[in-house]
Design a protein around this ligand. Structure first.
Ligand SMILES: [Ca+2]
Length: 414
């Protein structure tokens, strides 16, 4: 506890020095296990000295150290069970528990590293808890299988106390062939409709050589939607009323398509809108939004388009595609990490703001999502490798630093 208070104090000191232009990012070594204080200085390209319009959200966010000692964390989530615990997936194949006081439990919640190939864009990529987890103890993971490198989505069952889960309880729901090692997607999230949404990249290599993004019969380059509480025919799940369920034209699991590598998507827990961060090829990173009343079937454009720009055909007809609500170029980063719309209670001035980051530059951005198409606003420059954001049960947002092994609480500071 003393160490944690010291770290927080260091953050506050740095925050008081944010007029200094010398606070540039430094390399974070993989051996770092104690979170160092992170700067909260907006990048120098931001007009921090002028008064912004009132409705553009906070000018500055802080990432306050919350937990440390994780190995290559790439996801974090609460279990919506009232425990206040955070569950962090480590890339190698472990799920660890961070208690609500920020302490990391030494015993993993789950260890399935024996069946996973990890490294690069592969590993234990996704984790989601059943909406009724408190009663049925079921949760779901997305991982890259050892041996063939394919994507597996599987169900596990936790002990009633929520502290451990038996690796032998695995029930595989879905296996998807991966032609290349990269672009595996991996996000899992339950929507407000109670169905499980699954993000899959285009299969990898570069430029989508197999054309998966626009092929509605392929599961790659998609967001899928399945009902884990049912089963139909030879499937260990059932298909909700998805866009291609009736009338054909695509695989029944497909919910949305035209995606390159959706690295994190999330539902706004108040509005039900879906926010998708789709990693770009070489020039543009994008955020897409799907309204809560969508019936699915949106085509987000890849590989005809990258962001709002024609990609495979320089004179493309943009009309069939849903444009992103925001994009940024590779002058500001190289790989988007999608985040969450803040709906917590501890930071009223952050309510309704979508927080996300760039994995490469360490820049944290916000979007004022009620403005429609908008521009990302850089609100913190960190030296973290932000691989994922997540929410606890109360709607507080956390980030994980893959290189340093830390968990950070996103706050307004002060
Ligand atoms: Ca797109």
């Amino acid at each position: 506890m003393i160490r944690r208070l010291a770290a927080l104090a260091a953050v506050i000191v740095l925050a008081a020095c944010t007029n200094s232009p010398a606070a540039t990012p430094t390399a974070t070594t993989a051996s770092t296990t104690t979170p160092a204080a992170r700067t909260s200085q907006p990048p120098s390209s931001q007009p921090g000295s002028t008064n912004p319009p009132l409705d553009t959200g906070p000018d500055r966010l802080m990432l306050e150290p919350f937990a440390a000692g994780l190995e290559s964390p790439i996801g974090i989530t609460g279990a919506a069970d009232g425990s206040g615990r955070l569950y962090v997936n480590e890339q190698v194949g472990r799920v660890r528990i961070v208690d609500k006081d920020g302490s990391l439990r030494p015993q993993p919640f789950l260890n399935i590293s024996d069946r996973i190939v990890s490294g690069g864009e592969r590993g234990l990529l996704g984790l989601a808890f059943h909406p009724d987890f408190a009663r049925n103890h079921l949760f779901y993971v997305d991982y890259t299988a050892a041996g063939d490198g394919h994507t597996v989505v599987a169900q596990y069952r936790a002990a009633p106390d929520g502290l451990t889960a038996d690796a032998a309880s695995e029930r595989i729901l879905l296996t998807v062939d991966q032609p290349y090692a990269n672009h595996n997607g991996g996000q899992l999230a339950f929507g407000p409709d109670g169905y499980l949404y699954i993000g899959l990249g285009d299969g990898g290599s570069g430029g989508d050589p197999h054309g998966n993004g626009q092929n509605t019969n392929a599961l790659l380059g998609k967001i899928l939607r399945i009902d884990v509480d049912g089963n139909s025919g030879d499937r260990p799940y059932s298909i909700p009323d998805n866009p291609f369920l009736r009338g054909g034209g695509g695989a029944p699991e497909v919910w949305a398509y035209g995606l390159r590598n959706p690295w994190r998507f999330s539902f706004d827990r108040e509005t039900g809108d879906l926010y998708i961060a789709d990693v770009g090829q070489g020039s543009w990173e994008e955020i897409d939004r799907q309204p809560s009343d969508s019936k699915g079937g949106e085509n987000y454009g890849w590989n005809v388009m990258e962001g709002r720009h024609c990609y495979s055909d320089k004179n493309c007809d943009q009309r069939p595609y849903v444009m992103p609500i925001a994009e940024y170029g590779h002058d500001e980063g190289c790989s988007v990490t999608g985040g969450y719309v803040y709906r917590g209670t501890r930071q009223p001035d952050l309510v309704g703001v979508y927080v996300f980051a760039d994995y490469c530059s360490g820049t944290v951005f916000t979007l004022q999502v009620d403005e429609g198409t908008t521009s990302p606003k850089a609100v913190a420059q960190t030296d973290l490798t932000i691989s994922s954001f997540g929410q606890d049960d109360r709607g507080e947002i956390y980030a994980v630093d893959q290189a340093g092994g830390g968990v950070y609480h996103v706050t307004l500071g002060g």
